[in-house]
Write a protein that binds this ligand. Structure first.
Ligand SMILES: O=P(O)(O)O[C@H]1O[C@H](CO)[C@@H](O)[C@H]1O
Ligand SMILES: O=c1cc[nH]c(=O)[nH]1
Length: 247
């Protein structure tokens, strides 16, 4: 049955789904890295594509910006049979330790957003990435020689509310970068019994409207995407019995 927002049917979406916020990035990833691609959704600009990477079926689904949209997409993907969701996004750096286009592999995200608050009724909760996805992402980044940081993000609603002072305050608690979807993806995945992870590349400093130069960000998106695809290959290979494995 087609979902209300992600207008796809069961069988359209692969178990492994990359989640960019930006529909342009979804199309770019699908057309650049996947083979045998077909677009399965486009309603409301939530472009979705399925293809293969090294023979592993993989989808790329736009989340849109912010937790309300990302939580809808995650819920509908779970209903469509997705088992592993891996965000491929951008973040604002909270600390000078992060350079432009650096890769961050999230372990968890501070939920400074209204969507998780509504789901949880205000109860305290720590939205956390799947260890399987974190471990496979770190391993993939190491193999591909992609420099990376592993740690805490903050998810927020109001892009323009954050200031450098706010960022430095949260950096003193270990927050590396700010973005707008991870907390809801981690929570919805936990509620649905599926796995979620989040990779982000640094597009700017918090409170600084200056984006990193296009060619630098393109390099960050490429490194992040290759890391994400290799992550899914590892998980798929680990889950698929090879010849000689015991039944
Ligand atoms: O580049 P994406 O994946 O959209 O991610 C970040 O960029 C948007 C804000 O500019 C928010 O969606 C934020 O999370
Ligand atoms: O949420 C975000 C994403 C990228 N850059 C920011 O400053 N904030």
């Amino acid at each position: 049955m087609s979902q209300i927002h992600v207008r796809a049917n069961s069988g359209d979406v692969a178990p492994y789904v990359l989640l960019p916020g930006d529909p342009g990035r979804a199309r770019f990833i699908a057309e650049t890295y996947l083979e045998d691609v077909r677009q399965y959704a486009g309603h409301r600009g939530l472009l979705g594509f399925t293809g293969t990477y090294q023979s592993v079926p993989i989808s790329v689904q736009t989340t849109g910006m912010g937790c309300p949209s990302a939580s809808i997409v995650a819920e509908e993907l779970a209903r469509l049979g997705a088992t592993h969701l891996l965000r491929v996004g951008t973040c604002g750096a909270a600390t000078p330790h992060l350079a432009p286009a650096d890769l961050v592999i999230a372990m968890a995200s501070v939920p400074n957003d209204g969507t998780t608050r509504q789901f949880l009724g205000g109860a305290p909760y720590a939205p956390t990435a799947s260890f399987e996805l974190v471990e496979a992402s770190v391993s993939a980044a190491r193999t591909l020689s992609v420099p990376h940081h592993v740690g805490l993000l903050m998810t927020e609603d109001a892009f323009y509310a954050s200031t450098p002072q706010h960022a430095r305050h949260w950096a003193s608690y270990g927050v590396l970068g700010f973005e707008m979807e991870a907390s809801a993806l981690f929570l919805v995945a936990a509620m649905r019994g599926i796995k979620a992870g989040c990779l982000v590349t640094v597009s700017n400093d918090i409170g600084d409207p200056q984006l990193v130069p296009d060619e630098v960000l393109a390099h960050g998106v490429d490194s992040m995407t290759r890391t994400a695809l290799e992550t899914f290959v590892r998980i798929h290979d680990g889950a698929t019995p090879r010849q000689g494995d015991r039944p």
